[in-house]
Design a protein around this ligand. Sequence first.
Ligand code: DCP
Length: 135
Amino acid sequence: MTDEVLVVAGAVLDGGRLLLAQRDRPAELAGLWELPGGKVEPGESPAQALVRELCEELDVSVSVGDSLAGVVRPKPGLTLVAMRATIVSGTVRAVEHRALRWVDADGLSELIQTGSMVPNDLAWARELMGELQVR
Ligand code: DCP
C-alpha cells in the first residue's frame, strides 16, 4: 500500500553514550529529543533508508546493525522501527536538527523524566537505558 509510511530511527551508540537529536519541526515536536532518522522511501530497505537519513541529517556514514525490539504504530498507516547504527566516517553535526547531544544513562533518564523525548521514542527507552547502564 502506498499510503503505509515506515520510519526508521537510528540508535547510534558510541563509548557508552547514545546520540540524540533535538527536533526543529513540526511545532508540536520542536524542542523534543529523538533518535534521528526518517521515512523509508520506495525501493529502499530500512537499513538503506537509515544510511541515507543519517548522511542527510548528521553528515556521517554509518553501518547499520540489528533492530531494537520496539515497533511503534502511533496511528494507522505509520510504523516506526529503530536500528543500531555505528559511525564509520565523519563527525556528527546538526544539519536538520536544532542540536545534537550524546547522553549516558543519567542523561537519557533525565530527558525521559522531564518529558523531553519525542513520545514515540519512549518505546525504545527501556532497551536503550539497559544498554547504557551495563557499560
Ligand atoms: N518520528 C518519531 N521519532 C523519530 C523519528 C521520526 O516519532 N525518532 C516521527 C516524526 C514524524 C515522522 O516520524 O511524524 C517522520 O519523521 P521525519 O519528519 O523525521 O521524517 P522525514 O525527514 O523523512 O520526513 P519529511 O521528509 O517528510 O520531512
